[in-house]
Design a protein around this ligand. Structure first.
Ligand SMILES: [Zn+2]
Length: 383
């Protein structure tokens, strides 16, 4: 059994747990408020960065000891570059600030190999099966929208951390379009997220008082929970509101499909999963209307699936990322076929070409794999 300590840092909550690579499960999960701007509003970015690093050192250090783990993976709510630096963290410390070399800071303070990846990148790894994993796109629909594409053994990202930001694609160019958290307008995350759907429902209630009056939403405060429940109950007004937003999400999906051929879309996020199977059905309906060039109706029916209805994506995904991307332990040379043993002997230590022998998939499966051994200096970088 290999146990890893895994941490998921969100704007509100920090989770830490133990991932067991044999069972593919996470346990000893503990949750606590993140020491970011939610708790300390108005503090300068450098101060919040120091608070979060200090919290991670304390929490992860104790967990590593408790788990007997030799390696730590951190899923973080913000873009991460190839050097393991957090380049922005709008939900954790607000304004951009200087890039934070989180991986190197944790490695130095904890004396362990450390992986730092974006939280949605980690979540994508939760849905990676074997080496022949078909390409897929993970989409989260909650208060905003985010995505990551997994293809040819890796999550597709620029080394600077760009990618997976469909939520900030402008789907409504109108000057008075819905404002986005990022400061822009008409972005998919503002229009088709749970927050966007609630705002649309409130506007529709004013524009269509008769339809609203006949809805289960009439007379009550419309929030994401109520809206999701109304759609589950097939309420025509609520369903119409959701359909309008899904039209934009379907357009984004058809563009991803048309450009790189990804046919599988895994949907997670609090709002989508609260609506449940009806969400997948309505999104599939929107895909049929949008059309997917070259696909049969039956193939379009199979494009959208819902992810797991829990909040363990970052933890399990971070553990699975390590399991998939680290080299497998080198077997004793005596157990190898004779020619293979010779190659191992010629190439020498772990971290050299040996990893190509011990685990082909480890060498090429992810940009996250940059293994240099299990000692304190060993580092895995990722996005
Ligand atoms: Zn935006």
């Amino acid at each position: 059994m290999t146990a890893y300590t895994v941490v998921d840092v969100g704007g509100t909550t920090l989770r830490v747990g133990r991932y067991d690579s044999d069972t593919d499960r996470v346990d000893d999960v503990r949750r606590m408020p993140t020491e970011g701007m939610d708790r300390y509003p108005g503090e300068p970015v450098p101060v919040l960065q120091r608070r979060v690093v200090g919290q991670l050192v304390d929490i992860a250090g104790a967990a590593l000891a408790r788990h007997g783990a030799r390696r730590l993976a951190v899923a973080f709510a913000g873009p991460i570059d190839a050097a393991g630096r957090v380049t922005a963290a709008p939900t954790v410390w607000g304004r951009r600030g200087d890039p934070l070399p989180l991986r190197d800071l944790l490695r130095e303070r904890l004396g362990r190999p450390v992986t730092v990846v974006n939280d949605l990148t980690a979540a994508a790894w939760r849905y990676v099966g074997g080496a022949d994993q078909e390409a897929f796109c993970l989409i989260t629909v909650s208060s905003g929208i985010g995505n990551k594409v997994f293809r040819a053994g890796e999550v597709l990202l620029h080394p600077d951390g760009h990618g997976g930001e469909l939520g900030h694609w402008t789907c409504d160019p109108a000057p008075d379009a819905m404002p986005c958290d990022c400061g822009g307008r008409g972005h998919l995350g503002a229009v088709a997220s749970g927050r966007g759907a609630v705002a649309a429902a409130r506007r529709a209630a004013v524009a269509d008082p008769v339809g609203y009056g006949g809805s289960v939403l009439a007379g009550a405060e419309v929030d994401a929970v109520a809206l999701a429940a109304a759609v589950r109950a097939d309420d025509p007004f609520a369903t119409g509101v959701l359909r309008a937003g899904l039209r934009h999400l379907a357009t984004a999906i058809t563009a991803v499909f048309a450009s790189i051929g990804v046919r599988r879309y895994v949907i997670i996020g609090g709002f989508a999963l609260a609506v449940g199977p009806r969400y997948a059905a309505l999104l599939t309906e929107a895909l049929h209307r949008a059309g997917c060039f070259g696909l049969t109706p039956a193939e379009i029916d199979g494009m959208v699936v819902l992810g797991e209805p829990d909040d363990d994506h970052g933890l399990i995904g971070a553990g699975r990322l390590l399991t998939h991307t680290l080299p497998t332990p080198r077997p004793p040379a005596a157990l190898l076929p004779r020619d293979l043993a010779l190659v191992v002997a010629q190439n020498g230590t772990e971290g050299g070409d040996n990893r190509k022998i011990a685990g082909e998939r480890a060498a090429g499966e992810s940009g996250a794999a940059d293994e240099s051994g299990d000692g304190p200096g060993g580092v895995v970088c990722g996005f």
